[in-house]
Design a binder for this molecule. Structure first.
Ligand code: ADP
Ligand code: MG
Length: 246
């Protein structure tokens, strides 16, 4: 059985304008995969389209010989922070407990088993002390950790995160990437949309370079080089990469 995530002939448009078009892409399981590209490249669109959160015009996304849309419980999604309503009255524990809902259904209330699972997930991300804080009281980094805990409570095999490091401090970023690496080592497959080129080598096992279409895909060593970056970001990037010494 094929355990990878396979994207076939995928097209996603807004009105008539194509945002992403991918003929064939296979994201291998149990890796930390970065989807990298400039603003407007279609990274968020691709993530949402893969998870059926926005309509696709054509194509399919398949995991274990089944469309992803029919097994969404195996996929967790951590949206961009600006898309989250932080004034919504829910505490940290409540958010993590939501992760257990796909398993129990919307009718049944979470019981002891679900609550214990939610606690252990909060502990795993080091946020148990904040269980009864409202989500609006958290820093950006703490919030990301809570959403990762929700993904763990869902017992998702794949965790998709959209720009998780935007607007958070370096210490939190380090905590989060270490946590994601640990989860990868424990068997999860992690896909991160990311636009900052610093630390790409440190963070990812493999990269999808995206600019409306796939410019390159492969291990970081194969893909992260100047010609590919020029094709993805334009000529100016070459200078920046030199200046950055990366
Ligand atoms: P990225 O995440 O790489 O910055 P997006 O996926 O957000 O890129 O956007 C890709 C393109 O689609 C951009 O040109 C953007 O303006 C457009 N777009 C994104 N969302 C919408 C929307 N809801 N309606 C119309 N156009 C959109
Ligand atoms: Mg985006």
């Amino acid at each position: 059985m094929d355990n990878n995530l396979s994207i076939n002939h995928l097209t996603i448009s807004y009105k008539r304008k194509i945002a992403v078009q991918i003929e064939n892409l296979i994201i291998t399981k149990n890796q930390l995969t970065g989807i990298i590209g400039p603003n407007g490249a279609g990274k968020s669109t691709l993530l949402k389209g893969m998870l059926g959160l926005i309509p696709i015009n054509r194509g399919e996304v398949v995991y274990k010989n089944q469309p992803v849309s029919r097994q969404l419980n195996k996929f967790a999604y951590v949206e961009q922070r600006q898309e989250i309503d932080l004034s919504f009255p829910i505490d940290v524990f409540g958010v993590v407990l939501l992760g257990t809902y796909p398993k129990i259904g919307l009718i049944k209330r979470p019981g002891k088993k679900e609550k214990e699972l939610a606690w252990s997930c909060l502990e795993k991300v080091g946020m148990a002390d904040f269980a009864h804080n409202q989500i609006g009281e958290l820093s950006g980094g703490q919030l990301q950790r809570v959403f990762i805990a929700r993904a763990l409570a869902q017992e998702a095999e794949w965790i998709f995160l959209d720009e998780p490091f935007v607007g958070i401090d370096a210490t939190s970023e380090k905590i989060i990437i270490d946590l994601l690496k640990q989860l990868r080592d424990e068997g999860k497959s992690i896909v991160i949309v990311h636009h900052d080129l610093h630390k790409v080598r440190d963070y990812f096992d493999q990269l999808v370079l995206l600019n409306k279409q796939v410019i390159a895909f492969g291990s970081v060593d194969q893909v992260f080089e100047v010609d590919n970056m020029k094709k993805t970001y334009g000529e100016e990037i070459a200078e920046m990469l030199k200046l950055g010494g990366k």
